[in-house]
Design a protein around this ligand. Sequence first.
Ligand SMILES: N[C@@H](CCC(=O)N[C@@H](CS)C(=O)NCC(=O)O)C(=O)O
Length: 202
Amino acid sequence: MKMKLFSSKTSPFVRKVRVTLLELGLEGLVEEVFTDWSADEPAFLAANPLGQVPALITDKGDALPGSDLIIEYLQTRGGTLTSLPRGSARWAKLKRLNLADGLTEAAVSVLLESRRPASEQSPAWITRKQAAIARSLDALEQEASELLPEVPSVVEIAVACALGYLDFRFGTFDWRQGRPALAAWYAVFAERPSMVNTAPMA
Ligand SMILES: N[C@@H](CCC(=O)N[C@@H](CS)C(=O)NCC(=O)O)C(=O)O
């Protein structure tokens, strides 16, 4: 029986899982179930009480919510990503992972806020989240030379999916401006088959 991935066509967090599956060569083990997270479907909420995609049901029936947990689990099933180092270098890597996930969350938040009726939107909230995104990108630019060009770790997958989401949803925001190292790294990474084959579907 295949594992079941509650997914959506455009979620950057689901894309992290899709990229990982392709990098690990495990895509055949998983069946995607496209899910409208706003519909509060019982099987989906049972898999992730937070009501967010992605959530994975393993072939043993265990429910794993959230992209980072799912990716950690998938790495136990076969294939190889570059593993994170032990010791002090680990924390710098995990910091970049958290920055990438956080800026993705901020970008999703801006999108959802901007889709609310104009009278209910908070421009201050949007400005705050946009500033967080810009600061996080600046921090990643400072450390872009640490991003791997070849077999990625979970860090590179998260950073690439964050940047891809900005291109997809915020095409008028030129995140490359003033961030040449990050832009150069992404230009190469975005050519990986795992990225090309997981471009957002909308
Ligand atoms: N920390 C989670 C974030 C997942 C997330 O924010 N998913 C969004 C779609 S991109 C979602 O399902 N949002 C619905 C909600 O928050 O109610 C992860 O890494 O998977």
